[in-house]
Ligand binder design. Structure first.
Ligand code: PMP
Length: 366
C-alpha cells in the first residue's frame, strides 16, 4: 500500500463519500494515459471511440447489475440530484395531467416538492413532517390519487436516515424515485418504476453525474422543452447532447466493475450492507437509551445511521474522540443534529466494526 493510501481514515461522509480503494488506484493508474488512448480521459473528446466504449460499458454494466428492461433508457446527466427535482415535473407533468403526488419522508423530498410546485399542482400522498420524519408510511397509509401524472418518493432520506424497505404500492400511476443515496446498494425491480434518478457521489462515484433510468413511454417527443432539460433528447442522443461529465462516467464504469467483480453483484451487496448496518443498530438497541436512533426500527436506513447522544456536550465529545480514533465525518446534518454514520457500499466492514467498538468504549467511559 502506498504512503498516501496509508493516510486514509474511515470516512463516514454522506456524500461525496468514500470510494473503493481499488477504484481510486485504478484512476491513479489511468490518469496520465488511458489504455489505448495515448492521453488522459480528461483530455479526449466525448465523441472519441474511447469514450464511446466507456459509455457503452457503463450502461451495459448498469443494465446487468439492475436487470434494466429493454424499454427503459439510461441517461447520464449533470446538475446533481437537485436538477432532477425540476426535470421530473417539467418532463412528466406534460400531457398527462397537471397534478403530481409526492410522498414526503424527509428533507430531500421537501426540496423536490418545492420545485414541483413551480410547475403544477402537488398533493401529498403522505406527510411525515408530523412525526419528525422518523419513519416511512405503510402502503395502507398512502392517500393515492389515481389521476396523478406520477407519484414521487425518496427511497432513502439521507439526512434523517429513513429508508423504504421496499417500493410503495401505487397502482398504475408512474412511480418516480429519488434513489440518490441508496442507488446500487440493493437490487431494484425497475419495471415497478416510471423513472428513477440518483446523483453519483454517494454509491456510484463522483459528483457531477446523475444517472436517470426512465421508461420509454414517459419521454416527451414534442420538442418544446429547453434542449438541456429534455429527457427525450438525452435518450435520443445517447446522453451526448453536450459534453457529458466524462470523468464521472468513467468512474461510474469502474464502480460498476467493482460491484460485479469484487462484490459479486447487488444481491451480495445488499446482504453485505444489511450486515454492516445491523452492527451499528445493535449497539443503539443495547445502549439503554444512551444512543437514541432517529428512525423507527422498521424504517431504519441501511445507508445512513442517525442517532443522538444524551446531550450536546456528550455529542461533541463523541465526534471529537471519534475523529482522534480515525473515524471521520460523523457529524449529523444540522437539521437533525447528533451523529450520522454513512455506510455506503464502499465503507468496509472493518470501518463499521471500528465505529461499533468505539461506540461501546465511549459509552463505557461515561
Ligand atoms: N436527493 C438525496 C436523497 C440526496 O441525498 C441528495 C444529496 N445529499 C440530493 C438529492 C441532492 O444531490 P445533489 O447535491 O447532487 O444535487
Amino acid at each position: 500500500m502506498s504512503d498516501r493510501a496509508k493516510q486514509r481514515v474511515f470516512n463516514f461522509s454522506p456524500g461525496p463519500a468514500t470510494l473503493p480503494l481499488s477504484v481510486l488506484e485504478q484512476i491513479q493508474r489511468d490518469i496520465l494515459a488511458y489504455p489505448g488512448a495515448g492521453a488522459s480521459i480528461l483530455e479526449i473528446s466525448h465523441r472519441s471511440p474511447t469514450m464511446d466504449d466507456i459509455l457503452d460499458e457503463t450502461e451495459a454494466n448498469l443494465r446487468l447489475l439492475l436487470s434494466i428492461p429493454d424499454n427503459y433508457r439510461v441517461l447520464f446527466m449533470q446538475g446533481g440530484g437537485r436538477l432532477q427535482f425540476s426535470l421530473v415535473p417539467l418532463n412528466l407533468l406534460y400531457g398527462r395531467g397537471t397534478s403530481a403526488q409526492y410522498v414526503l419522508t424527509g428533507s430531500w423530498g421537501k426540496k423536490a416538492i418545492d420545485e414541483a410546485r413551480r410547475e403544477g399542482e402537488v398533493s401529498l400522498a403522505w406527510d411525515g413532517s408530523g412525526v419528525d420524519f422518523c419513519r416511512v408510511p405503510t402502503n395502507e397509509e398512502l392517500d393515492l390519487d389515481p389521476l396523478a401524472a406520477y407519484i414521487h418518493y425518496t427511497s432513502n432520506e439521507t439526512i434523517q436516515g429513513v429508508q423504504f424497505p421496499a417500493e410503495p404500492a401505487v397502482g398504475e400511476v408512474p412511480l418516480v424515485c429519488d434513489t440518490s443515496s441508496d442507488f446500487l446498494s440493493r437490487p431494484i425491480p425497475i419495471d415497478r418504476y416510471g423513472l428513477l434518478y440518483a446523483c453519483a457521489q454517494k454509491n456510484a462515484g463522483a459528483a457531477g453525474l446523475t444517472a436517470v433510468i426512465v421508461r420509454d413511454d414517459l419521454l416527451r417527443t414534442d420538442g418544446e422543452l429547453h434542449t438541456m432539460l429534455d429527457y427525450g433528447l438525452y435518450a435520443r442522443q445517447r446522453s451526448l447532447v453536450n459534453t457529458p461529465p466524462v470523468f464521472a462516467i468513467y468512474i461510474l464504469m469502474l464502480v460498476t466493475r467493482w460491484l460485479m467483480r469484487d462484490m459479486g453483484g447487488l444481491d451480495a451487496v445488499a446482504t453485505h450492507n444489511a450486515a454492516k448496518a445491523s452492527l451499528l443498530y445493535e449497539v443503539l438497541d443495547s445502549s439503554d437509551g444512551f444512543y437514541s436512533g432517529h428512525a423507527e426500527p422498521a424504517s431504519r436506513s441501511l445507508m445512513n445511521v442517525t442517532f443522538r447522544l444524551p446531550d450536546d456536550e456528550t455529542g461533541a465529545a463523541f465526534l471529537s474522540e471519534a475523529r482522534d480514533a480515525g473515524l471521520h465525518q460523523l457529524k449529523g446534518h444540522r437539521s437533525v443534529g447528533g451523529v450520522r454514520a454513512s455506510i455506503y457500499n464502499a465503507m468496509p466492514v472493518a470501518g463499521v466494526e471500528a465505529l461499533r467498538d468505539f461506540m461501546i468504549t465511549f459509552r463505557g467511559s461515561r
